[in-house]
Design a protein around this ligand. Sequence first.
Ligand code: AMP
Length: 226
Amino acid sequence: MTEVTTRPAVLILLGPPGAGKGTQARMLEERFGLVQLSTGDLLRAAVAAGTEAGRAAQSVMEAGGLVSDDIVLAILKDRMAEPDVAKGVILDGFPRTAGQAAALDALLAAEGREVTAAISLEVDDAAMIARVAGRYTCATCGEGYHDQFKTPAIAGTCDKCGGTAFKRRADDTAETAGARLAAYHAQTAPLIAYYEGKGVLERIDAMGAIEEISAALSSIVSRVSA
Ligand code: AMP
């Protein structure tokens, strides 16, 4: 894929679990040279490493709730201080609360920056539970698959890298997906209006094919970061 050069952008992908934020963030990372910053990935790494933050976050994540703003902001700030972030970032799964959105604004304002665009991936709730409950990824390259909707061309072999080991997230079950969807509606969906008020909201119908959503997203990113 050809990389398109743009000025450093701060893009937010908003949407419930299963909307395709991770898949699309990875596509934008390849196409635009942006850095994907997923607080879910950072928290899973903290859990795996057994850090204090990871230990505090683990049970909340397993129950499908939201980890406290204090913990999330601490790990986000550390990551935002790394030099690669200067290339521009796609925030995947952050902010998820009004407090996180305000903290992000303050963090960026301190550097004379602001959110370039918040892109809301709009989907039906019922379809989201099915999407989340069957998904898994290649353990080597992270390519996403689904038991029903996207199986590898050769069973047990990753289409992208040929890897043969796959993994599933502990919280990608039908029960936890319901709790995560409820948390999204209660705490994260109000951010759509917040970014609309700031004039940086973009909406995408994210029920279609992955390639169609990627094309719509790419055209928005080209426009807002030109
Ligand atoms: P994700 O990979 O984005 O689906 O996140 C997995 C889980 O990590 C969520 O269900 C939350 O428990 C936690 N998490 C990730 N990002 C955040 C955030 N910005 N605020 C609070 N909790 C988060």
